[in-house]
Ligand binder design. Sequence first.
Ligand code: ZN
Length: 471
Amino acid sequence: MRHSNQAERAPELPHKRLQTSLGYLSSRVTDPVRKLWFIKKTLERYGTHSELVRRLPVVRSIVFHYVALESFGSLAWRSEPGVVSFPRAPLFLLFHMRHVLLVVTVAALALSTYWLLGAARTGADWAAARLIPLPNISAPVSVDFHPNRSSNPPTSVWLVTQNTEEELWSNGLRVDTQFAIDTHRRRYLHFPKDGSAPTERSGPPVGIVYHASQSDMAPFSREFSTDILETTHALLGWLQRREIYHYMIDRFGRVYRIVDDDDVAVHAGTSIWEDEESYYLNLNDSFIGVAFESRWDTGKDLITPAQVQAAMNLTDVLRLRYSISDINCVPHGLVSVNATKRLIGYHADWAQGFPFNALGLSDKYALPPASMTAFGFGYDEDLVGRLGGELWPGVERAETLLRERAESEGSDVQRLRSRLGERYDEMNGQWRTFAHRRSNQKLRALPEVKVNPVTSPVEERVNQTLPSSQR
Ligand SMILES: [Zn+2]
C-alpha cells in the first residue's frame, strides 16, 4: 500500500483506516494536481468527524471509507477519461468492509438460531410467522360469521378409503397425508385429582388443543391464489421439519396431517388443563394439536367458513376415534402459562373468539382455568392489553373462587396463591423427573426411524390409522 509523503510528514496522521483508503484510491489518480485535490478534500471531510466516530471500530470503518469514496467519486465524475481509473468498486468495498459484514452475518445467525430454538422449546405459533412476507392480510369473514352448529355430531365415523396421499372419512373429512411424519410415541404423566400418586400413561390422546399458526398470509382473494397456495406449502414444510402440530387446516378448509396421532408433536409448550378426574401439565404429550392457518388477533376473525367446517369434521373424527371428552377440547390461549412468572396466557392464540358453538363444543371461556384455581396462577396488564382490554369470563370466576376459598380458610388470597403455587412446583418437578427419565430411555433405545413423507411405503400410512388396540 503506497502512502503519500505529505500525509506521512503531517504532524497528526489521520486514522489508519482512512490512510488505507486514501493510499489505495489516490494510486488510481494519475494526474498529480488532481491527486492532491483528492487527498486534501478527503482530509477536510475527515476533519469534520468527531473523536467519537474515530473510537468506534465498525462505525469508523464505514464512515472513513465513505469519506474517501465520496471525494474520489466527485473527482472521478469531473475528470476526463483516463485520468482516474476506477477500482473494482464492489470488491473493494466488500473487502474493506469484511469486518462489518462478519459482524452482521454473525448477528443474523445468532438471532435466527435463538428464534428457532425458542420455537422448538415452547410451542410453535408465533415462530411460524415471517415465512413469506406478503402485504396486507385481509379478513375473509366478519366477527359474527360462524353460526351455531346446525347438525348433531355423528355417532360413528369410519375410514372410507385411503391411499398414499389422502384419507377419506365417512363424515366427509379428507386428510392430506403427504406431509405426515412419525416422531415418538405418546408417554405422559397423569395427575389424578383424588390426590393419589401420578401415573404414567401412553396410548390415545386425551384432548385437543386448537391453535392459530400466526404465520404470514396473502390477502384472501382470487388474484392472490398462487401466493396463498405457496404460503401454505412453505408453512407445511416448515412445520413438518420442526414436528409442530398434528394437523393444520388451510384457508380452503383442507386438512393436513403433520405428526401421526399416536406420536408427540410440539405445540402446547408449558401448559395446564384439567378435566373431571385429572390435571394435565405440558400438553404436548397428552393432547393433539390442531392449527388453523390464520393470524389470530383480538376482535378480528381471520378464519374462513371452510376452515370452521373442516375443524368441525376433524374434531368429530378425533373425538370418536379416541373418546375425547368435550371438556378437553380447548384453545391454546386458555392452557398456555408462563411457569416462571406464574402467569396465564403466555401464548394467547384463541383466548377470544374461538368458534366453540360452530364446532359443537361447550364454551370453555366460561370455565375458571385450573392454572388459577388449582395452582394459583394470575394475569398481568400485558395480557389484558393483548386481549384488547378484557379477559375471558372464566378468569373473573377463578378470581372469585380464590377469594371465597381464602375467606373460608381464614386466609388471604396471596397466601392461598403461594400455597397453590408450591403444589404446582411439586407436580411440575415430578413431571420434569419423568420427562428426564423418558428422554434418557429414548436415548438408550434403538434409534427411531423417521419416515420420509414422500417416499414412505404404503404400510407406514396404514399403520397410522390402525385402531388403538394395535398400538
Ligand atoms: Zn398455539
